[in-house]
Design a protein around this ligand. Structure first.
Ligand SMILES: [Fe+2]
Ligand SMILES: [Fe+2]
Length: 341
């Protein structure tokens, strides 16, 4: 009876929902509609910004090279995000989550071509990635596990990107990029929103074993992220960025995004301890001491303390800054900021 088999999911409206899940699905649907209202024209905005600032120029060659190496990773990260959100748009079953992923794919396509054109204006061509960033992106691209895909992309990779965008914007390394970051951040904040709203639905249906598998993959992603940060340390230093600050800020954002998902399935993320996160806390102190040149013995002591420390309190407002930027949309309006929730 093979001719009865179909890829159409006629059950997409049948899934039983709790009141809380229904509320989160309404938010997923609104991510799609906000994506339409807030869509911006990448060609127009980049051209306007370049005209306004008289080109893309960084006088210091070392700084320009450092920036291009970091944003070469962002460029390929945007392509990965584009493909991953398209995978999710295909595979997520509930209508609202499918809609949100579809609008993300549209946003990521824009991020990819705008970043490509920006780097060209800066005088750099895309190049192959080093091992760490590629390994990190490949974990999320290759997995068939939807929970790992959603967690890896929407909650881990997006929050790392948001941290970098925020720091580069605050340092005002190059004025066109500073302005562009507001546009990127505004979109990425919605993408984190999809993870925050839909992750609990996936987690609630997972076995303990599947949850453990997900946490293990999460630890692998964080480890590659740390190695990536380590290999870029000279480039960060050239721009005046402390890699430890990236890790700390990204972690705060991840806690804000993940904490919600864990709480929705009855787990207290603030008090959760597992060997993976304990090891990561310790490795962070060893590799990235808050003060450069800290002796190994001091770092090892901090690592020991961090290994046993309970994670800090989750601050839910940590992500709001990214959705708070006013942007000019393709409809010709200036869209004022909003909150992520
Ligand atoms: Fe993006
Ligand atoms: Fe994104």
């Amino acid at each position: 009876m093979g001719w009865f088999r179909t890829e159409l999911r006629y059950d997409m409206f049948d899934l039983a929902r709790s009141a809380d899940e229904a509320r989160r699905m309404v938010k997923c649907e609104s991510i799609y509609h906000r994506g339409q209202v807030l869509a911006w024209d990448g060609r127009d905005i980049l051209a306007e910004l370049i005209a306004q600032h008289g080109g893309v120029r960084i006088a210091d060659r070392t700084k320009a090279e450092a920036l291009s190496r970091i944003f070469n990773i962002i460029l390929w990260g945007e392509l990965a995000a584009w493909r991953i959100s398209a995978q999710l748009a295909d595979r997520l079953v509930p209508l609202e989550a499918k809609m949100a992923a579809t609008s993300q794919a549209f946003d990521e396509a824009r991020h990819f071509y705008v970043m490509h054109d920006y780097l060209r204006a800066l005088g750099f061509a895309p190049s192959r990635l080093d091992r760490a960033p590629q390994a990190l992106l490949d974990i999320v691209l290759d997995t068939d596990d939807l929970a790992v895909k959603l967690l890896g992309m929407q909650l881990m990779v997006e929050t790392i990107a948001l941290t970098l965008f925020q720091m580069v914007r605050e340092l005002d390394v190059e004025p066109v990029l500073t302005e562009l970051m507001r546009y990127f951040e505004r979109d990425e904040a919605r993408h984190v929103g999809l993870g925050m709203q839909y992750m609990p639905s996936l987690m609630a249906r997972m076995s303990k074993r599947a949850l453990l598998r997900m946490v293990t993959q999460q630890a692998r992603i964080i480890s590659w992220g740390m190695i990536e940060c380590w290999s870029l340390r000279k480039d960060f230093a050239a721009l005046g960025i402390n890699p430890r600050e990236i890790m700390d800020r990204a972690r705060k954002k991840q806690l804000a995004a993940l904490g919600e998902a864990y709480r929705a399935v009855g787990l207290d993320f603030d008090k959760m301890r597992n060997p993976a996160s304990m090891t990561i806390n310790a490795a962070l102190e060893l590799m990235f001491p808050p003060v450069d040149g800290t002796p190994l013995a001091t770092r090892a002591r901090s690592a020991w303390t961090a290994f046993w420390a309970v994670d800090e309190k989750v601050d839910k407002t940590e992500l709001d800054i990214h959705a708070g930027h006013a942007i000019k949309t393709a409809r010709g309006h200036v869209a004022t900021g909003e909150r992520v929730d």
